[in-house]
Ligand binder design. Sequence first.
Ligand SMILES: NC(=O)C1=CN([C@@H]2O[C@H](COP(=O)(O)OP(=O)(O)OC[C@H]3O[C@@H](n4cnc5c(N)ncnc54)[C@H](OP(=O)(O)O)[C@@H]3O)[C@@H](O)[C@H]2O)C=CC1
Ligand SMILES: O=C(CO)COP(=O)(O)O
Length: 333
Amino acid sequence: MNKNVTIIGTGAYGTALANVLSDNGHNVLMYGIEETQVNDININHENSFFFKNIKINSKIKATSDLAAALENTEILILGVPSFAIRGVLQDIKKYGKNEMVIVNTAKGLDDKELGLLSDVIKKEFAGTGLMKCYTALYGPSVAIEVIERKPTGLMLVSDDINAASENAKIFTNEYFFVYPWDDIAGCEIGAALKNTVAIAAGIFSGFKAGDNAQASLITLGLNEIYIIAKEFGAKVETFLNYAGLGDLILTASSVKSRNFRLGVAIVEQGDAKTALLNTQYTVEGVASAEIAYKICKKMKISSSLFEIIYEILYNNNRPISLINNVFKNVNLV
Ligand SMILES: NC(=O)C1=CN([C@@H]2O[C@H](COP(=O)(O)OP(=O)(O)OC[C@H]3O[C@@H](n4cnc5c(N)ncnc54)[C@H](OP(=O)(O)O)[C@@H]3O)[C@@H](O)[C@H]2O)C=CC1
Ligand SMILES: O=C(CO)COP(=O)(O)O
């Protein structure tokens, strides 16, 4: 049955998901704060700021009026970066009218409590009557390939596997394959921290460290992510599926990843401070690096990769220190 879907954010991923859901016959309304993007979607059926010369499904509508965007919503997709989630939730609570299935797509963690962003979202909606269930979408899915309708495999995760199964069907079609899963902690920590590993992989690539080194780095990243996620009750199986292994492989090996590209830019521009000043796009792995570093300190977890990348990003240590030190004295599970 067709659903009324509202997508918060007219960014790259929100637009890509709007296309999938519109292709699937759902009524898709995007909410954006950039008037030019809203007009571009409504008039030209494009979001040319993110995707030049690509037409999106002409049935997608957009608005900059949040109250109107939330009028008849059954499925609410949070398509903004993690730093914007808290603010957006306050606005949704103000204007929301119906009980909605929440689908988070932000790949980040809670920087205040050093915990899960899903816990923040669930807490904000508790007692409002606005949240039917909480779900989140994770997996290797760079927006440009989703817009181009290339085959993509993902997990829709919820505490309730039945809710995950039911809502996975809304997204699934002949190029977008969404599977239900019930390990929110594993998926969320995997998604947030693979972005930081991708920055490290970009640094390796910038230095031409070699294919052996890249493969070892991805393996070390997976290990260290799992060691952290285990503390939050994550399942090991999550690290074998699209949300865990899949998204890590993609982001840590593709120039289509903004996190990977930041790593390359750090090498090209000499240090992280300069590269970050010149970065205009969303790079979630920077905030995740600090959160991972603090979680490791708090939980007394020894993590070679996350410690070194934190020093590079936050104390402007030389990027070469990653290659020189990351494989020394590692703790593999
Ligand atoms: N791009 C991708 O391939 C994928 C991204 N993701 C995740 O999805 C999340 C969003 O990323 P992505 O779409 O790429 O990011 P983008 O930077 O492309 O877009 C983010 C959008 O959110 C908007 N925005 C920011 N704050 C608000 C707000 N308060 N209210 C409404 N809109 C707001 C931005 O507007 P403005 O431009 O004015 O700031 C922008 O249009 C991230 O967590 C990312 O990791 C997940 C899978 C794939
Ligand atoms: O998460 C992504 C693909 O699954 C997108 O990665 P970037 O944010 O690094 O572009």
